[in-house]
Design a protein around this ligand. Sequence first.
Ligand code: ACO
Length: 340
Amino acid sequence: MSKKEKFSDAGRLRTVSIAGTGSYMPERIMTNAELETMVETSSEWIVTRTGIAERRLAGESETTSDMGAEAARRALADAGVSPEEVDLIVLATITPDLPFPNTACLVQDKIGAKNAACFSLEAACSGFVFAMETARQFVATGAAKTALVVAAEKMSSIIDWTDRETCVLFGDGAGACVLKAAEGDKGLVHAVLGSNGALAELLMVPGGGSRLPFSEEVLRERNHYLKMEGREVFKHAVKSMTAIAQQVCAEKGLTTKDVACIVPHQANIRIIEAIGQRLGEPKEKFFINLDRYGNTSGASVIVALDEAVRSGVIKRGDLVMLLVFGGGFTWGASLLEWSK
Ligand code: ACO
């Protein structure tokens, strides 16, 4: 092979596609009726204001990496890929097992992906799309051949179960997908990501980091739990997700009319309805499972994508949009042509 032929591939970006998906939801169901016994709320308020009827909770000793590892095993099985073939794991979470080492390494050990380089990233509820887009760059450039993208959350570990304004919203769970260079030209089409750190204070866990290290005072003030300005988050979520859905399409000469299914972050049914109205898209175009799982933060869109594919809602050839928003603030949209 001449030098020219050998390096003719250099610099060529490969199309990347999802070779398999998987998800894992813990068995324990917490209903709205159970929450009624814990805080001053009603199932009727929760359903009408959020659309959530129940959520799943991890077992006490079940960790984020336990859930992530099970979702990863299912995604690998779906893709027909062995753990040893994986050369990159990118994991998104805001509820890591430990401050460090990163949860991706813990998943690596649990699934036996001993040839993978592993790191975690944090983009709150936008985590999966940020992680997938990061892993895509590795596969597109040839820096990785088989990437595992995992998003896993044990939100129940950072929820203040005495705060009715947040505890009714969240749940635990995990999803994963395998990325490989596409055999054809179908796969991940385009993605746009955005952030605005000036609004960080609207959705955060104030204590336990370097700004306010863990202490008795942090514990007393309950600053180790998630705090949220719900109404403000709602407004920004609708605005940013609507704009980025339009942008990701426009940059490819498309509109949302070309998209067969939108898989949005599963935070609140009213956020999704408001986005649908602004985009002029019917509710049926949005895949929804928040009624059963609540908001699983970074895991929500990959769990929903996995269910949409397995239930036949998304079919081969469909143009699909993942649409996310979360703390940071962070937001993103990813267009993909389903090719499995
Ligand atoms: N049960 C009963 N009443 C409640 C509850 C509850 N669980 N929670 C709040 N209320 C009360 C409030 O105290 C308020 O009472 P008041 O009028 O006497 O003051 C009233 O209900 C209305 O409160 P609002 O905050 O105006 O209610 P809203 O309709 O905005 O719904 C909600 C609140 C559901 C939190 C909404 O704002 C929302 O979904 N925001 C976005 C949340 C979100 O998406 N977060 C995740 C982003 S992702 C991430 O990165 C983790």
